[in-house]
Design a protein around this ligand. Sequence first.
Ligand SMILES: C[S@@+](CC[C@H](N)C(=O)[O-])C[C@H]1O[C@@H](n2cnc3c(N)ncnc32)[C@H](O)[C@@H]1O
Length: 242
Amino acid sequence: MPKVDYGLDAPKMVRRLASRAGLMMVIAIVLYYANRTTNPAAALPLATSLFSIGLSLGLVAGVMFLSSRVAKLKVRDRILESIPWRGDENVLDVGCGRGLFLIGAAKRLKKGKATGVDTWQADDLSGNTAEAALANAKTEGVADRIKIETADARKLPFAAASFDVVLSSLALHNINSSQERTKALTEIARVLKSGGYLAIFDIFHTGAYAKTLEQLCFEDIRLSPLTLLWCVPTRSLTARKA
Ligand SMILES: C[S@@+](CC[C@H](N)C(=O)[O-])C[C@H]1O[C@@H](n2cnc3c(N)ncnc32)[C@H](O)[C@@H]1O
């Protein structure tokens, strides 16, 4: 039986941080042993400084790894538990990647369908392909309840009011300008039914999303307390379309 794998976020950055951490610590040790007899007064402070920098980089890499592999799964469950599921919803996951939220939602459906859209950026998630999301859905036993399409959050290929629930995890911050992120939120609002639920989990811009959703006439907008997953400000936001 293949194992479910929802991928590692920002894999290149995690690898780069980890390798630089290792390199820095090795250099610190080598310099210490090379200088400790000829220049003992400088050897220890120099090695300690370099080693501390390496250790800090390693810690950031470790936090990023654990945020992807452990914390994100718990956040997903908490967010999905906050939605009052009937079981017949049409769900959309914007930037679904390998299907973490998509499959979690599909597991809560009896009759409904969960659709995932993505642009499949390799730098954002390891092994980021529609095939990987489908393989995970098969392994989790929900392949018959999900659909996957290639589409940009700013131009969703769905009619207005198509979905009862829209989810988006760690996707919208990848859109560079705030104007373009507003465009994506406006698209999300368009495809969500009146009375439908929206849940966004993201880094950096969640406060701005809340303001935009207010302007788009969402109600019951709730921001979770700030956390430092991935070593940056991270929050989830839930809201209901009026
Ligand atoms: C960090 S991954 C998160 C994937 C998944 N939601 C999760 O939490 O595991 C971000 C995802 O957003 C997708 N993405 C980035 N920009 C996008 C856009 N403009 N429209 C749709 N998806 C986008 C990336 O391809 C990637 O799959």
